[in-house]
Structure formats: structure tokens, C-alpha cells
Design a protein around this ligand. Structure first.
Ligand SMILES: [Zn+2]
Length: 288
């Protein structure tokens, strides 16, 4: 509350950092003197079901869906501020590592999180957001794309549709290519996202697509029935026709489970038009 601010004796840390630090230290020790045993509350958290699931072993018989996240704390905020300078990939990885407690009964580790489908990672981000900032995402000055009116827009996280995978085996699927060929493709996981985000600032969208396709393409079956393994082969990904590449990327998009951030829409009452809303991770974590 602005009215309650005590500005008397205020030391500007920019003009006098030494005095300011000393004042802060004095305040901290004063505070410690008052509260002998500081009460440290455990961060709030939540349990929920992953839309894709963590596959154990080589088949899909032991797929685990339970996950737990917790509220981000000041220590996490410090780590995230540092990670931000390392780019988007580092930021998202740090966010997931900070806020995820466990997945499938296992403590969250970097390796485990890299193994999760992008849709499951999006779900973790959504729930970390809920535990940290609550259910409501607010835009103070949202501008209607139809009538340009500016207003305060609030959307609750429950308005974001969640697509759930019916069967864990759907993470590998077939895509029809032209001229009687077909491809076996797997859904991208965290490790793929990390590889792409690591080059996002120097690679074009097409180059990022080449990298993604070369990672998730398992094999291609020719029209004569012969099958060739093509994983990790950027040259092969480049050799595919533009329409075949598009078919693969569209199938990945269509099959990925998780929060559908670009399927949120609302009706603007003033103009009566339906407004599509494209929610990004940046909107979810506006404070960071
Ligand atoms: Zn409008």
C-alpha cells in the first residue's frame, strides 16, 4: 500500500549502495531478533494427471500419469532470473526443474523431464503457474483485434482445453507421404525442444523444422515396401518434399496432447465478434 510507505531516512541504493546494504543488514538482523525461529511455510503445490504419461521400459504397459508440482519461491525466482540470460531453453528447463516435484512417483530430474512429451511439459508449466500465481491470467490492456477497444481481460486456466492421449502407444504414428511412401514418426519430447531452443536465435524456422524432423522421424517405408531408418539424418529431412515435411509437422501438432494454448476464444460483448486468444508461456509467467 503506497500510503503506508515510510520514505523518511530512505537511502537510495543506486546513489549510496554501501549505506543501503548496511541498512538492509540492520533490518535483517532486527527481524531475526524479533522472530527467533522463522516459520518457513512449505510452498503450495498440486497433484494432477499428465495428458500423455511417462512410459517405463520398452513397451507401454507401465505408463505413469501422476505428477506433482509446487509453488515457485524466491530462491527459484533468483535461479530463473539468472537462467533468463541463457535464452528461452535454459529458462523453461529451469522453470520445470524448479517447480516439478515428481512424475510417476519418481523425483523430477533433468533426465526425466527431458524424456517427457512436450504436451506433458506444457501441462507441468500450467500447473506450476496455477500453484504460483493462481488460476486467473490477466491482461490489463487487451486490445480487441476486431474493434480495437482496449479492456481488462481475465481468463482462467480451466478455460484452456486439455487434449488427452487415449493410448500411450499413440506417441509413435504413421504419416502418409506422397507417391505411396509413408513415415513412422514419434512425438517430440523435452530433449528435442531443448535441442531446438538451443539454436532458436541463429536458425530460421525452416532450419528448426529440419532439425525437428531429423530427430523425430524414425523410418520411411518406400512404395515398394522397403523400410529405411532415417533418425538423426538432417540431409534426409532436407531431401523431403515441402508437402511431405508439412504433413509430418501437421501430424505432430495434431497428435501432441496437453494444453491447447491456441484454442482459447471468447466473445467480445461490445462488438459481438469471437476473439481467438493465443496464450504463450510468457503470458502464464508475466511476473518473471
Ligand atoms: Zn471487439
Amino acid at each position: 500500500m503506497a500510503n503506508d510507505l515510510h520514505t523518511e531516512g530512505f537511502t537510495n541504493p543506486l546513489s549510496n549502495p554501501g549505506a543501503s546494504n548496511a541498512a538492509i543488514q540492520a533490518l535483517l538482523s532486527e527481524a531475526q531478533g524479533q522472530v527467533a525461529k522463522p516459520q518457513i511455510e512449505l510452498p503450495a503445490g498440486g497433484n494432477f494427471r499428465l495428458p500423455g504419461g511417462l512410459v517405463q521400459g520398452s513397451d507401454y504397459t507401465d505408463t505413469r500419469y501422476d505428477a506433482e508440482v509446487r509453488e515457485l519461491t524466491g530462491a527459484d525466482e533468483e535461479a530463473l532470473t539468472k537462467a533468463r540470460s541463457g535464452g528461452v531453453g535454459k529458462f523453461i528447463t529451469t522453470l520445470l526443474q524448479s517447480g516439478t516435484v515428481s512424475v510417476g512417483g519418481q523425483k523430477a530430474s533433468a533426465a526425466l523431464l527431458s524424456n517427457l512429451l512436450l504436451g506433458d511439459r506444457d501441462m507441468l508449466l500450467l500447473e506450476i503457474r496455477r500453484a504460483t500465481y493462481g488460476d486467473e491470467v490477466v491482461w490489463d490492456q487487451f486490445s480487441c483485434p476486431w474493434c480495437s477497444e482496449e479492456f481488462r481481460l481475465a481468463v482462467t486456466l480451466d478455460e484452456i482445453p486439455i487434449r488427452r492421449m487415449e493410448n500411450p502407444s499413440e506417441r509413435v504414428f504413421e504419416v502418409e507421404l506422397r507417391r505411396g511412401r509413408k513415415a513412422f514418426v514419434r512425438l517430440p519430447v523435452g530433449a528435442d525442444q531443448e535441442a531446438i531452443l538451443a539454436v532458436v536465435e541463429r536458425a530460421t524456422d525452416s532450419e528448426q523444422n529440419t532439425l525437428l524432423i531429423s530427430r523425430v522421424l524414425i523410418s520411411v517405408v518406400e512404395s515398394n515396401g522397403s523400410e529405411n531408418a532415417v533418425t538423426g539424418n538432417p540431409e534426409f529431412a532436407r531431401s523431403l518434399g515441402i508437402l511431405d515435411r508439412k504433413a509430418i509437422l501437421d501430424a505432430i501438432e495434431k497428435n501432441q496432447p496437453g494444453p491447447q494454448y491456441n484454442e482459447v476464444k471468447f466473445t467480445h460483448e461490445s462488438c459481438g465478434k469471437e476473439v481467438p486468444l493465443f496464450i504463450t508461456a510468457g503470458d502464464l509467467f508475466q511476473g518473471l
